[in-house]
Design a protein around this ligand. Sequence first.
Ligand code: ARG
Length: 462
Amino acid sequence: MAKLATGRVTVKSSKLLDEFNASLMFDKKLYAEDIKGSLAHACMLKKQGILTDDELKQIEDGLVQVKSEIESEKFLFDISDEDIHMAIEKRLTEIIGDAGKKLHTARSRNDQVALDFRLYVQKSGKNLESLTINLMKTLLNIAKKHDKTMLPGMTHLQHAQPINFAYHMLAYVAMFQRDVQRFSDSYKRNNLSPLGCAALAGTPYDIDREFTAKKLGFDGVSINCLDTVSDRDFALEILFNIATLLTHISRLAEELVIWSSCEFSFVALSDEYSTSSSIMPQKKNPDVPELLRGKTGRVYGNLISLLTVLKGLPLAYNKDMQEDKEGVFDSVETADISLRILNEAMLTLSVNEKKMQDACKIGHLSATDLADYLVNKCDIPFRDAYKITGSIVVLAEKLGVDLSEIALENLKMVDSRIDEDVLEYLNLRNSMNARDSQGGTSTKETKRQIEYFEKWVKNYEK
Ligand code: ARG
């Protein structure tokens, strides 16, 4: 069958133009959304008396057949059809004849593509939201097992204060919670139907946009048609939401890489999620977290790329906008597999509690507690206490002992006001549990945070 839209341009397009102009090879991913939109549109046309019962029936049967041809891989994709919208309409018309030619009444590819793409983005956002929830649940389960497992909390990647491993996991749970909220906020904001906006100015036909919106699961219709066919904010939003999600994933991945190194050995990735070297038989490499970290770069690129495509475009549709899809597909698919594999890697992660605990004895992690002791028990102003503690740390270094294990007489040598009760302050577990302020790392406070997040997840899933 010849091209569908041979209006003003009657000469057959060059092969190179077809190749350059076509989006079919990637936007065929939108076939289900396109058919869903066409079904809703046809239903509305019939309700408004623009199509007859019989024409609607033919269109419905025809579209069902097209869908099954695509799904059974019998559909012939030909790039001279340009895009999925034209390809489906052409095949429909081949199958049912004249009724197929009426489907595009009161519609333009501009509102059609805006609809299909928005449906895809909305569906993808929901999926990523629930995969992120799964990851939160896995991290919460790890947290529940480790609210007493101490490890050195760090700043500047230097030992700082003892914290528990659950608390560290909960920091990521909090990030992923915001990611879920971002997906869900975007979903709500963008759940408006573009269908019926036509090319850019609306349509003279007596259409019912609310009807199609409802049929397609939208909360309402967009306000201004010129904006709607030009708008790709919804795509920018999911790209940003994914970029932020991947930032969080990448930071966790980086810690997994560091923690699984032999210098740390805090965790071990299961063999199933590790790879070996082609030459060094002893190697077990953390490819999964490394790739998670690496893929983050690509999804940042997709966000910047679409922002750049859009920034200079006059209203309304411009062909530049066809460049909106590949980056979004790529980011969505990258986020999907990243969330799934990270979840599996975390489920099978083994935690070396002893290594973590032993590492707490390096770096005088209870130094702040000693200063606090001098303030609380000896009535010394904090800045002086800080100085005295500094001298004690220097002494401990000289003696080759960690502050948590220094002898009382050595402490007294520096400041005679120090008494036996200081040892409680220097104890590492006491140091961790002393941080009992709201949002802190004590086991008690950590348990409260676990409870909060578990409740939140449960509520979310209701
Ligand atoms: N394939 C096009 C795209 O993805 C569909 C919209 C075409 N509209 C137009 N007026 N040329 O953007």
